[in-house]
Design a protein around this ligand. Structure first.
Ligand code: C2E
Ligand code: CA
Ligand code: CA
Length: 688
């Protein structure tokens, strides 16, 4: 006999569980409402049974309808929960879910249902059917559960899974034990209640959020388990229905494998593209840098060959991009054919290539490339002979970092270009450094760090306004034992030792700070190394900001030959410097090899006539340069103005600015301060 008290307590507990779920559902949406509804239906079934059929109930009855209502509600809850946890449903996940569903359903059809059917004898047909509906519904529900786990992982599904498993176990036990023991097995009912309470306790877990996409071996858990299970079911002597499920499961697994395979291929292709140069199929800069870094890590000798095609720019401009592209592709192919397979060949820029060799095989590699260029290229119906400039550098001899090695090879390559093609090994300063120079080099490294470099300033006078408008910063080294050293004594050395970057930054910062105090513009000299340094614009910007000097008051001087070394690359960096608002000056003008056409492309605001022409009073050249500058709208500065005579001539020819010993030698900052106060231009120019 079931006491009234028992009924009331059970109903109250179950309804409380339903309320917990429904409240959670109000906050977090669908899934928990469905679970709550399922619990309410089940509770109503239980209540109806206890009140109206306390001893035994006819089957089927309204009680069964209410009990069975739990399953679809719980299934809907699982589906909604799975959906809400995923940011997006991928094809793989859907396939995994479907595979799990089909596999579990197949297992249910194969084993659970026959077992139940075997135990239903002695019941009416209708009762048997109704009792069969329970394990069938369980099978489907478990399939949904496995699917949910397959798709979102175990995370936070443990309680729901436990609850549903408990519930299903109670169902099966009930159906199996009922015919043998009759209604005495009512204690099984306690497991249903426990299952429902466990489910409701899941609603009290607060964590939520989308499940992270799994990216480990568990991604393959479903196909890994489903495949052997389905294969077993298919091969076992079972009726048609489970075999059909198993077959579908295997089919889904195959589709899943196909999808994953295509996915992996795409991934590999993406990765390949990321390290390959699209045009030539060679390694790209990223891959090259990675290999270079790795080579350095091994500590073994590394050789780097930087290669640049001569006349490429002209060809590309003149014949069109498709021809330029064709040339790059053909050249890449020839290199691949000519060089040993073990060498890494990369395209690291427009027409810049690089080869990484082991140890000292540079000369050999460059000879092989040279040989590959003997045969002319056939481009656009033309037969063209193309040459390459190649520069080589070695580590550890020339460089201690990958970046340094690249830069050294670049410098050697430019040296080769100046010598009109061929191969050059990094050998700055021409001759091998002497012992004395080596010692001085070490000294310089120390001296820069110790702050022994000083910046001297030479005034620049505006000829018409008759006043000092600017200064040029010129570096000096106050050596502790050798006295004041001039740039000729140590600049090449600084270049060779890779100290130029530091030197330039020191001069830049000092000069810019000084100019801000004096209220004049300041000119700073840049070397080729500086212009190959992609960080230069950032350093300039930082120096200006730090000193608070307006950018237009900084003039950056480059020589003609530097500007012509690699027009494209240098133009790019000059563009960036211009964009900062700095002015650019072409130094030592007239001594270089630049063509007028090229000059026009340089974004310079100032031409500095080389001091040799001014000192020799070479009127023809000086006049031409001034006219040229003015025709291009560029300010002209004359250097090496040593005499009153030179100054008067320059004024007559319309030169804008004069700089030279006539006004002042380069002097220390303190001394120049005095000159500025007196107004040197007034002293030196005849008053009008
Ligand atoms: P530059 O840029 O052509 O600098 C002008 C040079 O001419 C200076 O020599 C200056 O002292 C000298 N000079 C000025 N007026 C006269 C004159 O009336 N007559 C004669 N005969 N010479 C005059 P300095 O200071 O020895 O510098 C030599 C070169 O060193 C500079 O030539 C420049 O190319 C380089 N240099 C100097 N400082 C730096 C620096 O901070 N960075 C870089 N990259 N190069 C620098
Ligand atoms: Ca200069
Ligand atoms: Ca000069």
């Amino acid at each position: 006999m079931v006491s009234i008290l028992q009924i009331v307590v059970t109903t109250a507990v179950l309804l409380a569980a339903a309320v917990v779920c429904l409240r959670r559902g109000r906050r977090d949406g669908g899934a928990w409402i469905a679970f709550g509804v399922g619990i309410v239906l089940w509770t109503l079934g239980e209540l109806t049974r206890a009140v109206f059929y306390p001893v035994s109930r006819p089957q089927p009855s309204v009680v069964d309808a209410l009990y069975l209502g739990f399953y679809p509600a719980a299934a809907v809850g699982l589906v909604l929960m799975t959906r809400s946890r995923l940011r997006h449903l991928t094809r793989t996940l859907v396939l995994d879910g479907a595979t799990a569903l089909v596999t579990v359903a197949g297992l249910g059809v194969a084993f659970v249902i026959p077992a139940v059917i075997g135990s239903v004898d002695g019941q009416t047909r209708d009762a048997a059917l109704v009792n069969l509906a329970y394990p069938l519904a369980d099978t489907v529900l478990l399939a949904f559960l496995v699917t949910a786990i397959a798709v979102t992982g175990w995370q936070r599904l443990e309680r729901i899974a436990g609850a549903l498993a408990l519930y299903a176990a109670a169902d099966v036990a009930y159906v199996l034990l009922l015919p043998r023991y009759g209604q005495t097995i009512m204690w099984v009912g306690a497991f249903w209640v426990l299952g429902i309470l466990l489910l409701a306790s899941g609603a009290r877990q607060t964590t939520r959020g989308s499940a992270p996409m799994r990216a480990d071996w568990t991604m393959f858990l479903v196909p890994l388990i489903a495949a052997p299970v389905n294969l077993g079911v298919l091969l076992a002597p079972l009726p048609l229905a489970p075999s059909a499920f198993a077959a579908v499961g295997i089919l889904l697994g195959m589709v899943r494998t196909g999808v994953t395979f295509r996915h992996t291929l795409t991934l590999l292709e993406t990765r390949r593209q990321a390290i390959t140069d699209e045009l030539t199929g060679l390694a790209n800069r990223r891959r090259f840098n990675r290999h270079l870094a790795r080579a350095f890590e091994t500590g073994e000798p590394v050789g780097l060959l930087a290669i640049d095609l001569d006349r490429f720019k002209a060809l590309n401009d003149g014949l069109g991009h498709h021809v330029g592209d064709r040339l790059l592709i053909d050249f890449a192919e020839r290199m691949v054919d000519a060089l040993p397979e073990a060498l890494l060949i990369a395209r690291i820029g427009g027409d810049e290539f690089a080869v990484l060799t082991h140890g000292d095989r540079l000369a050999q590699a460059s000879a092989q490339i040279d040989a590959a260029l003997v045969r002319p290229f056939e481009l656009d119906g033309l037969e063209l002979h193309i040459r390459a400039s190649m520069g080589g550098a070695l580590a550890p001899e020339h460089a201690s970092t990958p970046a340094e090695l690249l830069q050294r090879a670049d410098i050697a390559m430019y040296a080769a270009k100046r010598a009109s093609g061929g191969f050059q090994l990094y050998r700055p300063g021409g001759a091998e450094p002497s012992r004395d120079q080596l010692a001085l080099g070490e000294d310089l490294r120390r001296g820069i760090a110790a702050g022994e470099l000083e910046v001297f300033y030479q005034p620049q006078a505006d000829i018409r306004q008759r006043r000092i408008v600017g200064v040029e910063a010129l570096v000096r080294w106050r050596h502790p034992t050798r006295g004041l050293l001039f740039p000729d004594a140590f600049l090449t050395l600084a270049e060779d030792l890779g100290l130029m970057r530091e030197l330039t930054r020191h001069v830049l910062h000092t000069a810019v700070r000084q100019a801000a105090v004096w209220d004049v513009s300041v000119a700073v000299n840049l070397s080729l190394t500086d212009l190959l340094d992609p960080d230069l614009p950032t350093a300039v910007r930082a120096a200006l900001d730090e000193a608070g000097l307006p950018a237009h008051r900084l003039v950056l001087e480059i020589t003609e030959n530097v500007a012509m070394a690699d027009p494209e690359r240098i133009l790019a960096i000059l563009g960036r410097l211009r964009a900062l608002g700095c002015q650019l000056a072409l130094d030592d003008f007239g001594t270089g090899l630049s063509s007028l056409a090229r000059l026009r492309r340089l974004p310079v605001q100032e031409l500095k006539i080389d001091r040799s022409f001014v000192m020799e009073l070479d009127v023809a050249i000086v006049r031409l340069t001034i006219e040229l500058g003015h025709a291009l709208g560029i300010r002209v500065v004359a250097e090496g103005v040593e005499t009153q005579e030179a100054l008067e001539l320059l004024e007559e020819l319309g030169c804008d600015v004069a700089q030279g010993y006539h006004f002042s030698r380069p002097v220390a900052a303190a001394e120049l301060g005095g000159l500025l106060a007196v107004g040197v231009a007034d002293l030196a120019l005849p008053s009008r």
